[in-house]
Ligand binder design. Structure first.
Ligand SMILES: Nc1nc2c(ncn2[C@@H]2O[C@H](COP(=O)(O)OP(=O)(O)O)[C@@H](O)[C@H]2O)c(=O)[nH]1
Ligand SMILES: [Mg+2]
Length: 178
């Protein structure tokens, strides 16, 4: 199970639409997600896919009820909006310390890079104490910079979503069954 979380208007829905292959143009509007959205993210050949569940930012107090069996978390923050950074940090920390996500992989998506600039992105990571966070949390956290407008980072994120975690342990498990 893969979850897509992040504060309100951080760009989750547009990112998911882009990954799902929906045509995005100037007329594409997203409406604020109050509940749950499901998206099917397929590989480049379109043969297999993974369902990603987006949970709206205004449901953050309820996120904790959706963490059972989650292996991957896509955490989206708007790199062009530093006003949201404290909300970003609090919500991210609350996920990282949740025992249900102790073995999950995280990707921190810096979204709207078309509106952001280098210094702002670095500033955001500093404010989040990201270097320390990466050292001190047991989960693996990858950073991917994206723009749903230019397409930047979308294929990297697709790869991350579809890549199989713990290939080795899956092999060992299948041998054990035999
Ligand atoms: N310029 C730009 N705008 C974006 C991008 N991603 C989302 N937006 C806009 O940001 C607003 C919120 O996006 P949405 O996907 O609904 O955010 P959500 O609440 O996290 O699902 C919308 O007006 C989007 O058109 C992006 O990569 N670049
Ligand atoms: Mg949304």
């Amino acid at each position: 199970m893969c979850l897509c979380l992040g504060p309100v208007k951080s760009g989750k829905t547009l990112l998911m639409k882009r990954l799902q292959g929906d045509a995005i143009d100037d007329a594409t509007q997203t409406i604020s997600t109050n509940g749950l959205n499901f998206f099917l993210v397929k590989n480049e050949q379109g043969q297999s896919g993974i369902i990603v569940r987006e949970i709206g930012g205004n449901m953050a107090p309820l996120w904790k009820h959706y963490l059972e069996g989650v292996q991957k978390v896509i955490y989206v923050m708007d790199a062009s909006n530093l006003c949201q950074i404290s909300a970003v940090g609090i919500l991210l920390y609350s996920l990282l310390v949740n025992p249900k996500l102790a073995n999950a992989s995280f990707v921190l998506v810096l979204s709207k890079m078309d509106l952001s600039y280098r210094q702002m992105r670095n500033e955001a990571l500093l404010v989040l104490h990201f270097a320390r966070l990466k050292r001190e949390t047991r989960q693996n956290i990858t950073i991917i910079e994206t723009s749903s407008v230019t397409g930047q980072g979308i294929e990297d994120l697709r790869k991350w979503i579809l890549q199989q975690k713990n290939k080795l342990s899956m092999k060992i498990n299948s041998k054990q069954k035999i």
